[in-house]
Ligand binder design. Structure first.
Ligand SMILES: *Cc1c(COP(=O)(O)O)cnc(C)c1O
Length: 386
């Protein structure tokens, strides 16, 4: 089976991890701050807080912004469930904003309409989480302008998007948001096995997230409520978690980030080839906004159903039968039973639902060969033949 995504692990990666295994620190050593430094300087953000997953980064990001019971978090229905669940973890309520039919990202016009209504009803969101689907940035300038008008905070879910750019600047630079989070799950652009990172330009937010990732405990006398009892002393000043990244993960991340730009270039080469190979097929190819440079985590095509005799599901399953590990990103979150039970019963997001009826993620990963790509497109051609 050609998978839809997979990690690339080199000898240098293996050596970096083995070196940590032989060192004094498996956790809470020097590699985590080094990796944080590498990510923050790559993105042009002032601070970075490494954690054990992007899900954890979303959770402590929301908490640092003060999200709690009685508040609302809004995100896109076309995302992984974690972008919405972080709101529920904080006791807030979650709602969704429909997608743009060209980029599949949160639609700023739909957001504006929903904000107007929410303002009249007195239930404006405290936090909005735009998701850079497939690695392409949302229209952050428009979303940021709305945040200024309606007073919400922004966490960019850039789980797909490290290595991408928006208006010429790296995603994560924070020009239009409070916090940006990345995922380092093995299918993502770079990996630490499990792992995530929150970046921000606000030192107060960075400090709060660093506390929340490790039990709410501080060893910094400046943060304590009274003078230290002695050199052993620490204080718990918040209710935090153990969301720490290990030294093994950070060493792997540091080794991987040195190849980040090459990976994204390789993904663009693959996309260009797909574009040529798929040109005459009844499918809609990914549209790239001229303001951005996508990290191309995913290559999503949409079937032009009116030109086909087979259904979306038949096409998907026929490809799987031929050894093509296609996938579907994502099942609209508002249709998940848990979210139906938590505020989404009867809610409709027509663009998201139309997308779900047509989308297929074709395999895309940096070690994919031309032969793999040929196999994918030949199988698709056969399956779509009238
Ligand atoms: C992968 C992913 C997450 C969660 O990442 P983890 O590191 O697995 O917790 C969140 N949001 C999106 C959009 C993702 O793709």
């Amino acid at each position: 089976m050609i998978p839809y995504g997979r990690q690339d692990i080199t000898q240098a990666d293996i050596d970096a991890v083995v070196e940590v295994l032989r060192s004094d620190f498996l956790t809470q050593g020097p590699a985590v701050p080094q990796f944080e430094q590498a990510v923050s300087s790559y993105c042009g953000a002032a601070h970075a807080v490494a954690v054990n997953s992007a899900t954890s980064a979303l959770h402590i990001g929301c908490l640092a912004l003060g999200l709690g019971p009685g508040d609302w978090l809004w995100t896109s229905p076309i995302t992984f469930v974690a972008s919405a669940n972080c709101g529920l973890y904080c006791g807030a309520q979650v709602d969704f904003v429909d997608i743009d039919p060209r980029t599949y990202n949160m639609c700023p016009q739909a957001l504006a309409v929903k904000l107007e209504l929410a303002q009249r009803e007195g239930r404006l969101p405290k936090v909005v989480v735009p998701v850079h689907l497939c690695g392409q940035s949302c229209d952050m300038q428009a979303i940021h302008a709305l945040s200024q008008r309606y007073g919400f905070r922004i966490i960019e879910d850039a789980s797909h998007a490290i290595g991408g750019r928006y208006q010429g600047k790296p995603i994560g630079c924070g020009a239009y948001s409070d916090i940006t989070i990345f995922s380092f799950h093995p299918v993502k652009i770079i990996t630490t096995a499990e792992g995530g990172m929150a970046v921000t330009n606000d030192c107060h937010l960075a400090q709060r997230m660093a506390l929340l990732r490790s039990h709410g405990i501080t060893r910094d006398p400046a943060q304590m409520t009274h003078a230290s009892d002695g050199s052993w002393y620490y204080q718990q000043i918040e209710l935090g978690f153990n969301y720490r990244m290990t030294e093994l993960q950070a060493a792997l991340g540091l080794s991987q980030i040195s190849r980040l730009d090459d990976y994204v270039v390789r993904r663009h080469d693959l996309a260009k080839r797909y574009e040529a190979l798929l040109a005459d097929m009844p499918v809609t190819l990914p549209w790239q906004h001229p303001d951005g440079y996508s990290a191309l985590h995913l290559y999503v095509i949409r079937l032009q159903s009116s030109k086909l005799t087979r259904t979306h599901r038949e096409v998907f399953e026929a490809l799987r039968e031929q050894g093509i590990g296609v996938n579907l990103h994502y099942i609209p979150v508002h249709t998940q039973p848990y979210h139906i039970e938590h505020g989404q019963r009867g809610k409709r997001y027509p663009q998201a639902e139309q997308y779900y009826a047509e989308a297929i993620s074709l395999p895309m990963y940096p070690t994919m060969t031309q032969a793999d790509q040929q196999k994918v497109t030949a199988a698709l051609k056969l399956v779509l033949a009238p």
